[in-house]
Design a protein around this ligand. Structure first.
Ligand code: SF4
Length: 371
C-alpha cells in the first residue's frame, strides 16, 4: 500500500473504535476493555481475547456527573459516560489499573454504574522495583487472570503468554522505529496520532504489520526539515482541532512523552526463560520516566530534556490534562529544567470536553515566532 492508503487506514481505525469492536465480535472474538495506563494487555491477548484501549472521547458528559464531581479529569468522566450510555456494549470485561487516585475511583464507580460489564482491578505496587514489588505485581496479574477466566471462560497458559510477550515486544519495536522515522519525514501531527491511537483498537500483530509497511514507505520518501521541531508530553495528544493548529503553524512533533503514545512502547518484556509471567512483572518494574510511576527523584524531567536535545527540538510542549494531579505536580520541575537547558516550553491545558483551542492557537503561534 502507498503512504496515503496506509494513513487513511490508520485514520479509519482511530476514529471508529466501535466499528473495530463490532468487527472483532462478528468474528466470534471476545473483547476486553483496557483502561489507562499499563493494563497488562499481553495477558489478555495470550488468552485469545482482544484487548481494546478505552481512553474516553471528545464529548459532553451528563450521566457520569452523577458519580463524579466536575473537578476530575475528563478521561475518567468520559470513559464512565461511554460505559453508562452503552457504547461498550458487547465487551466482556474492563480491566482498570490503580495507578492514580482517579483511576482507583473509576473502578468503584464502574461496578455500580455499568453492572453489565464486569470490572477487573489491576492493583500495582507503589514501589515496583524491589523483589517484593515485583512479587506484588505478579500477584496482581494472577488476580487479573483468574477474573478474566471467570468473566470470559478463556483459559490462561504460560506458553501462550510467552508468545504474546514476543508479539508485544515486536509491536513496541515497530512503534519506536515509526516514531524515529516520522520525526524526519512528511507526516502531520494528526496523522502521527492516528498511527498511535489506532494501536489501541487493533490486535497488535495486525497493527505491527501495517506500521512496518508505513515506516518502510516513509523511509523511501524525501526528508522534511523545515519545520519547528518540538517534543510533546502529557497524557493524551489526540484532539484533532489542537493537532491541526500544530500543522497550521508548521510545528512538528519529533518525539513524544505521551502516556497514550510512546510511553507505552519504551520498555520490552525481558527474556526470562520459561517464566513469562515473571518477565511481565519485571517489565513493569523496569518502566520509568512516567508521572504515574512512583519516582521520588523525578527522573522524567531529565529524560524529557535529553529527549528534546537528542531530537534537536526547539522546546517541550506539555499538553496538561485538566485536573490531572500527577501531571500537574511535574510541570514546575519540567519548566525549570527546560529553562536551565535553554529549551523553550509551553503548557497547554487539554480536556476532552474542550472544543475551542483558540487560546492554544495563539500560544503556539507565539512559540513558533520565538523559535
Ligand atoms: S493520570 Fe491524570 S488523566 Fe490519567 S486518569 Fe489519572 S488523573 Fe486522569
Amino acid at each position: 500500500m502507498a503512504i496515503d492508503e496506509l494513513l487513511a487506514r490508520f485514520h479509519e481505525v482511530a476514529v471508529s473504535p466501535r466499528k473495530q469492536l463490532d468487527s472483532y465480535l462478528a468474528q466470534g472474538k471476545k473483547v476486553v476493555a483496557c483502561a489507562p495506563v499499563y493494563t497488562p494487555e499481553e495477558i489478555i491477548h495470550s488468552m485469545g481475547l482482544v484487548p481494546m484501549g478505552v481512553w474516553g472521547a471528545e464529548m459532553e458528559v451528563s450521566e457520569a456527573k452523577k458519580y463524579y464531581p466536575a473537578f476530575i479529569c475528563s478521561v475518567m468522566q468520559t470513559v464512565l459516560e461511554l460505559g453508562i450510555t452503552g457504547k461498550y456494549k458487547g465487551v466482556s470485561a474492563i480491566v482498570i489499573p490503580s495507578l492514580c487516585d482517579s483511576l482507583k475511583s473509576l473502578g468503584q464507580n464502574w461496578k455500580y454504574a455499568v453492572p453489565d460489564i464486569p470490572f477487573i482491578p489491576m492493583t500495582y505496587p507503589q514501589n515496583r522495583k524491589p523483589d517484593y514489588g515485583i512479587k506484588f505485581t505478579r500477584a496482581g496479574y494472577e488476580r487479573v487472570i483468574s477474573d478474566l477466566e471467570v468473566a470470559t471462560g478463556a483459559k490462561f497458559s504460560e506458553v501462550a503468554l510467552a508468545n504474546s510477550n514476543r508479539i508485544y515486544n515486536e509491536h513496541n519495536a515497530a512503534m519506536r522505529e515509526f516514531a524515529k522515522v516520522a520525526a524526519d519525514h512528511k507526516i502531520s501531527a494528526a496523522q502521527r496520532n492516528d498511527v498511535f491511537k489506532s494501536a489501541w483498537f487493533m490486535l497488535k500483530e495486525e497493527h505491527t504489520a501495517l506500521v512496518r509497511q508505513l515506516t518502510e514507505e516513509l523511509k523511501k520518501a524525501p526528508a522534511e526539515d523545515e519545520k519547528v521541531r518540538v517534543v510533546v508530553s502529557g497524557i493524551l495528544a489526540d484532539s484533532p482541532s489542537l493537532l491541526n493548529i500544530f500543522d497550521k503553524n508548521g510545528i512538528k512533533i519529533v518525539a513524544d512523552d505521551v502516556a497514550q503514545e510512546s510511553r507505552q512502547y519504551r520498555t520490552d518484556v525481558p527474556e526470562m526463560d520459561s517464566r513469562p509471567l515473571d518477565a511481565l512483572a519485571q517489565k513493569f518494574a523496569d518502566m520509568d520516566n512516567c508521572t504515574l510511576l512512583y519516582d521520588r527523584d523525578k527522573k522524567r524531567v531529565g529524560y524529557l530534556v535529553e529527549l528534546a536535545k537528542k531530537h534537536n527540538a526547539e522546546g517541550v510542549i506539555v499538553l496538561m490534562t485538566k485536573f490531572c494531579d500527577p501531571e500537574e505536580f511535574d510541570y514546575v520541575p519540567i519548566k525549570r529544567a527546560c529553562e536551565a537547558a535553554g529549551l523553550k516550553h509551553l503548557n497547554i491545558e487539554v480536556d476532552c470536553q474542550m472544543v475551542d483551542y483558540e487560546q492554544a492557537g495563539t500560544m503556539l503561534q507565539a512559540f513558533k515566532e520565538m523559535a
